[in-house]
Design a protein around this ligand. Sequence first.
Ligand SMILES: *Cc1c(COP(=O)(O)O)cnc(C)c1O
Length: 378
Amino acid sequence: MTNLEPFPERIYVTRPVFPTIEEVTEKLRDIWAAKWLTNNGPQHTMLEHELTEALKVPYLSLFNNGTIALIVACQSLRLSGEVITTPFTFAATPHVLSWNNISPIFCDIDPATMNIDADKIESMITPHTTAILAVHVFGTPCDVVKIQEVADRYGLRVIYDAAHAFGVEIGGRGIGTFGDISMFSFHATKLYHTVEGGALTHGDAHLKQRIDLLKNFGIKNEDEVVMPGINGKLNEISAAVGRIMLGYVEGERLKRIRLHAVYNEELAEVDGLTLMPPCADDVKLNYQYYVIRIDEKVFGRSRDFVYDELRKYNVFARKYFHPLCSEFTCYRQLNSASPANLPAANVVGQQVLSMPMYGGLAEDDVRKICAIIKSFKC
Ligand SMILES: *Cc1c(COP(=O)(O)O)cnc(C)c1O
């Protein structure tokens, strides 16, 4: 029998993966020997090369975080006016549009994948639309084919927020090769990290030049500053940690695959719970997150009830993504933010709960968390 006492220590939704202190010390010695801390140092150059291969992309530019990378992506494509995006994402996604003086236009989501509903994008296009900013939410790929079709028909750019999608592939192709540009976040809580950091990936050598100028104040050489750039540079210590973490990412992914299977096994038969969407045949997922949806009418308890009660057992799940970005005070006045325009997103936002998921979590702990959830059902 499962013991339904509270866990002795708090279980959080995630824990950063730590390299050993010895590995970091060794790399720090290299940096100290090179006497180079930032601005395209040797660690930065090597990590850019290694990540280009790991993510199977033609070009990659490193950044100090994913948000600055996404701001620069919009600048590099000279986007303006309106950009169609999803309300079911982290705050950074619509905020980067605001930082570019672009109006986010919220499009409803597909309740099966929780990604932007590619069939609804067309109805949100106006003469001001310049791009689609889609998010591979929880690492599930968007309908990249349909999104590109709509974009091509209307002459729109496509940017993917791939912050959740490190290492995801479709038909053996890196997820970062779809659309005009993809952004990856290497924040400490992501599957792969550089403490803080990020990258843009794309298939155009000219675009890489422009992105690399934009992330370094627009400085071309000692005599020329050619555009109003920003400071988006990744430092050598973060780059060195990133090089070490490349050796951890597949092991972490495999541990999470196992925990996914345990959650699926324990929760599959519970009425009123929707589990992660199944993996399509040609897709390689990264298993970074485990998210459930709770239908109060069938389960008998609301998501908020489950969230609150789990805390009493020392289980700190998170309501990702609630509130929706369309509910933020800075966006709720937009026409596209009205709940009538976003019925699926509003339902999903009330139902989602992100469960503890990290390699250091024990299988037995996952079984106990599932037993606790099942004990709430009525
Ligand atoms: C983490 C995240 C970001 C922001 O990345 P940072 O590196 O923290 O700036 C953007 N979008 C999504 C969907 C994210 O999860």
